[in-house]
Design a protein. Structure first.
Length: 655
């Protein structure tokens, strides 16, 4: 049994039977007993219950059961509403009793078992079914006194004549004027990009009255200008296609069209382009006037069209900060600060995927950049003191023993990050010349606002870890040695200079001098000395060194060398080394004569006459200077240097 007919749909609606089967509804579909009407969240349905009343509106997100009581044609079971004897007795007793109130005895009035009203009725009256009683038709029989023919009645001919004249009078037909009501429907900017688009259909509430040749049109809207949302729309009517078009001259776009069947009033509205809504408003309403015309007159009604706004949306991806390098140097903090800057704005923008929806592009703005500080174990120290980080007025500040070491801040408007290092940061691992903040310690966030062409907005918060982009380069110590590299055995003293710099990590820095396996610490104003086989090395605290060459050095395998190394260790354990090598060349050999040059040669005079009785012995002394090596033996190794005069014959020398 049909309960209601669908006359208008905005959005979507379905009918669900008792078994749970669903079917999508269209204009003209009927809903049967036992079915339920289901409307979408943004939907709207108008139902005609054939009760001669205005269509019933079912808003979005509703479920309405179709029960027999909703049927206007439901017959009334009079038997159920007949007055019973006990009811009448109670009523009569109440009438005789002045102390009783009839309202306490009588049931409340109702509209009866049916929905009330037929095709030309309604719910504006109360059907009193309880007074219905069956009455048999009258039946009388008379067996006597019947006439064989009707009696003559005086004046009867005149009555017949008057009756004949009355039959000749033409009845005047009643003229009923057309009617037109009010209807509403929804369109949505959001559905423009969906399958099926943004459309709505329905049937205008109207009647042609008693006239014929009627039609329905929106001709009165031709040339009308209306302010709808942010736009001025100009309407034009095409009588050939029965189509009304809404045009936006500012954007030179058609916003929607409405096509109507002039005979039935069935219409379809198709949205072509988005409407620019007022900022902060999600819907815009425009009233469209339609005209019903027939031979019995004209009537106007209104179709209220609401266009729902489409809002923008955004999706956030991962922020890639690999191109942002914030590098500071311990070395620069020795006599000032080390500053590094970089912007995260480009990376943040790349991580935002904005969708402006049907209203088109407006803007995507990232603002309100701010730093975050998390409770992460980091183990960072400066001069052996732990660094404590705090977030103060949006700035991350790290201090060690009350002194600021590191400061990180960000410009809220443009995302420019500045890192200022004012003290050294310990780098405990030797050879690790840089150190960073542990992951998750310091982050940066910002607010993303996407605005479409008509001012609707969508916002979200974007975050990234900034810790891995902050790098602190260690200030390694420096040491250098310069000076003479060649010494002569037994020769003059040679010397040179040295220098060292602990860098920013000066606290606890040391300088050591190493010669072979021996290492000595150079501190304060003292000096260190090393006595070796090649000579004596002295390194002074004033940055000088000297070497006194030794003597009696074995040069049998060439010139020996002496290497000494300066080792500089800074406060966080970094080490720098520099070595210097001194080569010791052989000194001078023995030379004839003493230091004054005397005694380098000797002349001895022999006389033959003295040999008569034996030998003649004479002596003398030769002098030699030892040179760099001590004289260990003396011998005439070569007779070429011996000259004998006055010989008569040949002299033979034997060793």
């Amino acid at each position: 049994m049909s309960i209601a007919t669908v006359v208008s749909i905005s959005g979507q609606a379905w009918a669900r039977d008792a078994d749970g089967n669903m079917r999508e509804l269209r204009v003209g579909d009927t809903l049967a007993e036992g079915e339920s009407l289901i409307t979408s969240d943004n939907g709207r349905v108008e139902l005609d219950f054939a009760d001669s009343l205005e269509p019933t509106v079912i808003e979005g997100g509703q479920v309405v059961a179709m029960t027999p009581e909703l049927d206007a044609d439901l017959p009334v079971d009079i038997g159920e509403f007949s007055a019973l004897d006990e009811d009448l007795e109670a009523l009569l007793a109440a009438l005789d009793d002045d102390e009783l109130d009839l309202l306490d005895v009588l049931d409340a009035t109702a509209a009866g078992a049916g929905p009330g009203g037929g095709a030309d009725g309604g719910h504006s009256f109360v059907q009193l079914a309880r007074i219905a009683e069956n009455v048999d038709p009258l039946a009388f029989e008379f067996g006597m006194g019947a006439f064989e023919e009707p009696p003559e009645i005086e004046g009867a001919g005149l009555l017949v004549a008057e009756a004949d004249e009355a039959e000749g009078i033409e009845e005047v037909e009643e003229v009923v004027a057309p009617t037109a009501g009010e209807a509403s429907l929804l369109l949505s900017d959001e559905l423009l990009s969906a399958e099926g688009g943004s459309t709505a259909s329905g049937v205008l509430p109207f009647s042609f009255g008693s006239g014929s040749g009627g039609s329905v049109s929106f001709a009165d809207m031709d040339g009308v200008e209306r302010q709808v949302g942010q736009e001025t729309l100009i309407f034009s009517w095409d009588a050939g296609t029965n189509t009304l078009t809404a045009f936006s001259p500012a954007r030179e776009l058609n916003i929607f069209t409405l096509e109507v069947n002039p005979s039935t009033g069935a219409f379809t509205v198709t949205q072509i382009n988005n409407l620019l809504h007022e900022e902060g408003l999600d819907e815009a309403l425009v009233g469209l006037t339609y005209t019903v015309t027939s031979e019995s007159g004209t009537a106007t009604g209104t179709l209220n069209l609401t266009i729902m706004d489409d809002v923008p949306s955004l999706e956030l991806g991962d922020v890639d900060l690999s191109e942002v390098a914030l590098i500071t140097y311990d070395q620069e903090t020795a006599d000032g600060t080390s500053i590094a800057t970089g912007s995260v704005a480009v990376a943040f923008n790349a991580a935002v995927d904005a969708s402006y929806g049907a209203d088109g592009a407006g803007s995507t703005v990232i603002s309100g950049y701010a730093l975050t500080l998390n409770d992460i174990e980091h183990g960072l120290e400066s001069g052996g003191e732990p660094i404590v980080f705090e977030l103060v007025d949006g700035i991350v500040i790290g201090t060690a023993n009350g002194s600021e070491v590191l400061r990180i801040e960000v410009d809220a408007e443009n995302g420019e990050v500045t890192v200022t290092q004012s003290g050294p940061v310990d780098h405990p691992e030797q050879g690790a010349d840089s150190i960073g903040l542990p992951a998750g310690l310091v982050g940066v966030s910002a607010t993303v606002t996407v605005t479409d062409a008509d001012g609707d907005t969508a916002t979200d918060t974007i975050n990234a870890d900034l810790s891995g982009n902050v790098t602190i380069v260690d200030d390694l110590p420096e040491v250098g040695v310069a000076g003479d590299t060649l010494a002569t055995e037994g020769g003059d003293v040679i010397d040179g200079t040295w220098s060292s710099d602990p860098g920013a990590d000066s606290a606890g820095a040391t300088l050591e001098v190493q010669v072979g396996d021996e290492t000595q610490l150079l501190t304060g104003s003292e000096s260190v000395s090393f006595i070796t086989e090649l000579g004596e090395l002295t390194v002074n605290a004033d940055g000088t060194w000297s070497f006194v060459p030794g003597t009696d050095v074995d040069h049998s395998d060439g010139n020996p060398s002496l290497e000494f190394t300066l080792i500089k260790t800074d406060g966080d354990g970094d080490v720098a080394e520099e070595s210097h090598t001194i080569t010791l060349e052989d000194g001078t050999g023995p030379t004839p004569g003493d230091e004054d040059g005397e005694g380098g040669s000797l002349t001895l005079a022999l006389a033959d006459a003295q040999t008569v009785n034996g030998s003649h012995v004479v002596d003398g002394q030769l002098a030699f200077t030892a040179g760099s090596d001590a004289i260990t033996t003396f011998a005439f190794g070569d007779t070429a240097g011996l000259t004998v005069t006055g010989l008569d014959g040949e002299l033979v020398w034997t060793a």
